[in-house]
Design a protein around this ligand. Structure first.
Ligand SMILES: O=C(CO)[C@@H](O)[C@H](O)COP(=O)(O)O
Length: 224
């Protein structure tokens, strides 16, 4: 089963509740929540108070992607505010092993994110620890960018590595995924697909999620 995670960065913030209801209707299990600090990435999004409000209004799992420099200070606050999954960037975390264990001990699933140009070898040692690896398929900071195709090779390599090591972490991809390329992404071997503008920029977000999920599942069926 491939999960489609609507990225709230592309939602209409004045109608967040309504937009979440639309994707809930399409049967999503997760929402993706992008936190940007204006330092690690050149943009600022939203933070803990917004997550606290969302937590009260949805039972969906919330996947928080921290695009921030000081993840060790803020990750526990996001878990306390209701995050079910928290991912941190390899490029921003000098003590990655400690950060992963801290997120898990706070009670959330822990993920590590790699920018497109960061090689997989940088997370090799923590693969047995993580709950998921998020591979960025755009340079982080903005929605609506074009998919970077060489990331598909990283997905294939990571999937092979997971099989070889007998591990069970999930593989997530984020950036520039739409109904037109989700088949290739699914075929490469991802479990979770983040989609922002292709969902909330569509006339009907629920239909967009359903179409993406169907295209992904068709591609996986062809692969098997
Ligand atoms: O983390 C990010 C951007 O930094 C993403 O989650 C985007 O929000 C995905 O948006 P689309 O590329 O799907 O529009």
């Amino acid at each position: 089963m491939i999960e489609i995670l609507p990225s709230l960065l592309a939602a209409d913030f004045a109608r967040l509740g309504e937009q979440i209801a639309q994707v809930t209707e399409a049967g999503v299990n997760f929402l993706h929540f992008d936190v940007m600090d204006g330092h690690f990435v050149p943009n600022i999004s939203f933070g803990v108070p917004v997550l606290q409000s969302l937590r009260k209004s949805t039972k969906l799992a919330i996947d928080v992607h921290l695009m921030i420099e000081d993840a060790d200070t803020y990750a526990p606050m996001f878990v306390a505010a209701g995050a079910d999954c928290v991912s941190v960037h390899q490029e921003a975390c000098p003590h990655l092993d400690r950060t992963i264990r801290m997120i898990q001990s706070e009670g959330a699933r822990a993920g590590v994110v790699l920018n497109p140009a960061t090689p997989l070898v940088t997370v090799e040692n923590v693969l047995p620890l993580v709950d998921y690896i998020l591979l960025m398929s755009v340079n982080p900071g903005f929605g609506g960018q074009s998919f970077i195709p060489y990331v598909l090779e990283k997905v294939r390599a990571l999937r092979e590595q997971r099989e070889r090591l007998g591990l069970s972490f999930s593989i997530e991809i984020d950036g520039g995924v739409s109904v037109d390329n989700v088949g290739r992404v699914a075929e490469a071997g991802v479990d979770w697909v983040v989609a922002g503008s292709s969902v909330f920029g569509a006339p009907n977000p629920a239909h967009a999620v359903t179409a993406m999920r169907q295209a992904a599942m068709d591609a996986v069926a062809r692969r098997v």
